[in-house]
Ligand binder design. Structure first.
Ligand code: TMP
Ligand code: ZN
Length: 414
């Protein structure tokens, strides 16, 4: 089901042999322990009652002392995670606004005519690019179940893992822009991924990588970003290190609030354009310490215990949003179906399935008004504003949202 991961995928620290052929010392050359949630189910393993579950695997983050990359201690077989992928990019107000913002940013940096997206999912982002003037778009995604949805949007996609493609430059041709949104952290083989980026990128190409930024995750103790699909918790130094090995370098870094705090990292072929000076300063002053990881573990446990105490009071509670984050929360807290009677989600593929690791059913959001729970835990907190607005009727009837990430009693109930 999984293999062990022992060396840094960004800078090669603790690899069996370094380029000079010297064997790594198994005692001293090791990634350092950062964070643990113990054994956890696969976060998107939504199953029917009778379906066989894909099992549990350790959820521990190790940290590279050289480049600061956080990385899981195991790599779950990607066939188990992605061959049938229930996650579709949310066509939410929040995402649409975010797409507008990054498209505006990218248009200032490249010609924006011919675009490749890696991890194109159901084609939603590339469809936005077409609406904003792109003339040729191509997607690459390994999820076979999403190909048709993508084609229906007018977005042709290749069913493949980008890093495993032999000659991506022949498949894709010349592109002005390569976008990889929230995909790098799912990739095990960074060497192959960046090598292929280097093959496709021309002097004029901009490579735009969006990832949740590890500093934001640590600062806000967003431990629910940690699940088996997220193999890495990216630092700027780690991305730069892997890019430089393939003749790419940082060009610009932009921060966005999406998904709890993300960065859009723009890369270009080394020497092709002058980088924005503040991004070089930012990467050179980036410090992520083991103490930061220790505090992250402690703060996460406080939040978990807080939600556990609330559930013990025995009120009528449901969850809102069966995101991967909800699986992490529910299993970390050890909530039963008596404590959380159901979780609502708008994604048809998830409805009438059960939250991984539990027998808690996922149902449509109409259940709030039908079942009238007193509280709904806002697991999809990254869409809080639009969800709170949308569920106004239930709130008028007395329903209250719980913010699981609250750090004081005052903002626990919304
Ligand atoms: P994400 O944070 O990984 O995008 O997942 C969010 C989940 O929440 C996804 O399964 C869809 C669900 N969702 C709702 O149920 N209602 C909503 O209004 C929104 C925005 C998302
Ligand atoms: Zn490293």
């Amino acid at each position: 089901m999984y293999t062990l991961h022992t060396h840094c995928r960004a800078c090669g620290f603790a690899k069996d042999t370094n380029p000079t052929g010297i064997k790594a010392n198994p005692v001293t050359d090791r990634l350092q322990f950062g964070f643990s949630l113990g054994l956890q189910p696969l976060a998107n393993d939504f199953c029917d009652e009778k379906q066989e579950r894909r099992g549990f695997a350790p959820l521990d983050v190790m940290v590279c002392p050289q480049c600061g990359l956080g990385q899981l201690s195991v790599v779950v077989n990607p066939n188990l995670l992605y061959s049938h992928y229930p996650y579709v990019t949310s066509d939410s107000e929040t995402m649409r606004e975010h797409f507008q913002t990054i498209i505006h940013e990218l248009k200032q940096e490249c010609a924006f005519s011919s675009i490749l997206e890696i991890g194109s999912n159901d084609g939603l982002f590339l469809e936005h690019c077409l609406k904003h003037g792109a003339s040729r778009v191509v997607g690459i995604d390994p999820a076979r179940n999403l190909l048709q949805a993508s084609a229906a949007r007018g977005v042709m996609s290749v069913c493949a893992n980008f890093e495993q493609m032999m000659s991506p430059e022949h498949v894709v041709g010349d592109v002005d822009l390569i976008v990889a949104r929230h995909v790098l952290c799912h990739v095990d083989d960074w060497t192959a991924f960046f090598r292929n980026l280097g093959r496709v990128a021309r002097e004029s190409t901009v490579v735009a990588i969006e990832v949740p930024y590890v500093r934001n995750m640590l600062a806000a103790s967003e431990f629910d970003t940690v699940y088996h699909e997220h193999l890495s918790y990216a630092s700027l130094q780690a991305i730069r290190c892997a890019a430089k090995a393939n003749n790419l370098d940082l060009h610009k870094v932009v921060h966005y609030p999406i998904h709890g705090g993300s960065i859009l990292v723009l890369l270009r072929v080394e020497g092709s354009a002058k980088p924005h000076s503040d991004c070089i300063q930012e990467v050179e002053s980036e410090r992520i310490t083991m103490q930061d990881w220790g505090e992250f573990q402690a703060a996460s446990l406080r939040k978990i215990n807080n939600l556990r105490s609330f559930l013990r009071k025995g009120m009528k509670v449901c969850g809102y949003g069966a995101s991967a984050k909800s699986t992490v929360w529910i299993n970390a807290v050890g909530a039963t179906r008596n404590e959380i009677s159901f979780v609502t989600d708008t994604t048809p593929q998830k409805q009438w399935k059960q939250v991984p690791g539990t027998n808690i059913p996922v149902v449509d959001p109409g259940a709030l008004l039908r079942e009238r729970p007193e509280y709904a835990i806002l697991f999809a907190w990254n869409y809080a504003d639009e969800i709170i607005r949308k569920e106004n009727r239930w709130r008028e009837k007395g329903g209250k949202f719980i913010n699981p990430h609250a750090t004081s009693d005052r903002d626990f109930i919304i």
